[in-house]
Design a protein around this ligand. Structure first.
Ligand code: NAD
Length: 257
């Protein structure tokens, strides 16, 4: 059992009950952490429902679009210190970019996706840093498409590659302050964000057939890894991409039957 009593977790990326970030909130809460949420205004009604359900008591919740410096400043001016765990579970690309070849992606679409999905980790860390103590843990969500070509992932693969490089650079930058930065690379999970990826159902079926553990993963599996990374048990783990994918990422050629 992991104990996170007395720790305060700041979580960005809850949009619905299915969000990976919500599973992380539940797991961190079960381990004893206090939870605060930053959310995008377009998901406000869902957030209010989740807060009202009280499944996870939420200390502080406020809109915070991570590409909007005013919302970020407002959010961080009111959030309680200290911050022990910072969860970045955010990705965005315009729907059109999933529907066309990479050669047709515009500069604006590229920038929109990379700013929201990769760069945003930097201003979040910058804003949280003054209230983070040694031993604090930052984590973000990646996917195998950041390291290899995955059908239909397209521009988001480039965003995840940039995100993973950002994790390493940030880990080196703030490591001397005793703060760790890691990425969790999850296998495919049905969520709002995943619904943008073409033929997602086939992706899940392939996972179940060929992943070494012959199963797909779920939000709770990622939540468990988040608990580990947020805890003392991971005190010397930083700059890493940790796969929670039933082993799929080790395959070069799956067994064909
Ligand atoms: P989700 O749709 O529930 O979460 C995506 C979140 O990103 C939403 O809460 C949305 O509000 C937030 N977001 C987007 N742009 C934002 C902005 N400008 N400011 C603030 N928030 C913003 O989907 P999810 O699958 O839980 O995705 C969470 C993370 O996990 C993403 O980084 C995603 O790429 C990653 N991931 C998902 C899978 C999967 O199969 N679902 C697999 C690996 C990694």
């Amino acid at each position: 059992m992991i104990h996170l009593q007395g720790r305060h977790a700041l979580i960005f990326g809850v949009a619905s009950e299915e969000s990976i970030a919500w599973a992380i909130a539940k797991k961190l809460h079960q381990a004893g952490a206090r939870i605060s949420l930053g959310y995008q205004q377009r998901f406000k009604s869902r957030i209010l429902q989740l807060v009202k359900s009280n499944e996870v008591p939420i200390s502080y919740y406020e809109r915070c679009d991570v590409t909007n410096p005013d919302e970020m400043a407002h959010f961080f001016s009111r959030v309680e210190a200290p911050i022990d765990i910072l969860v970045h579970s955010i990705a965005y690309a315009t729907p059109e970019t999933f529907a066309k070849p990479l050669t047709e992606v515009t500069q604006e679409e590229f920038a929109t996706s990379l700013v929201a999905s990769s760069y945003s980790l930097i201003p979040l860390v910058r804003a949280a840093l003054p209230n983070m103590r040694p031993g604090a843990s930052v984590m973000t969500m990646s996917y195998l498409g950041g390291q290899r070509v995955v059908a239909n992932y397209k521009l988001m693969g480039i965003a995840k590659a940039a995100l993973e490089a950002t994790v390493r650079e940030l880990a080196a930058t703030i490591g001397p302050q005793g703060i760790r930065v890691n990425a969790i690379s999850a296998g495919p999970i049905r969520t709002l964000a995943a619904s943008q990826i073409g033929d997602f159902g086939s992706m899940l079926r392939v996972y179940e057939q060929v992943a070494p553990l012959r199963c797909s993963v779920n939000q709770d599996d990622v939540g468990n890894m988040a608990c580990f990374l947020g805890s003392e048990l991971a005190r010397n783990v930083t700059g890493q991409v940790l796969f929670v994918d039933a082993g799929y990422s080790i395959l070069a050629m799956a067994e064909l039957k």
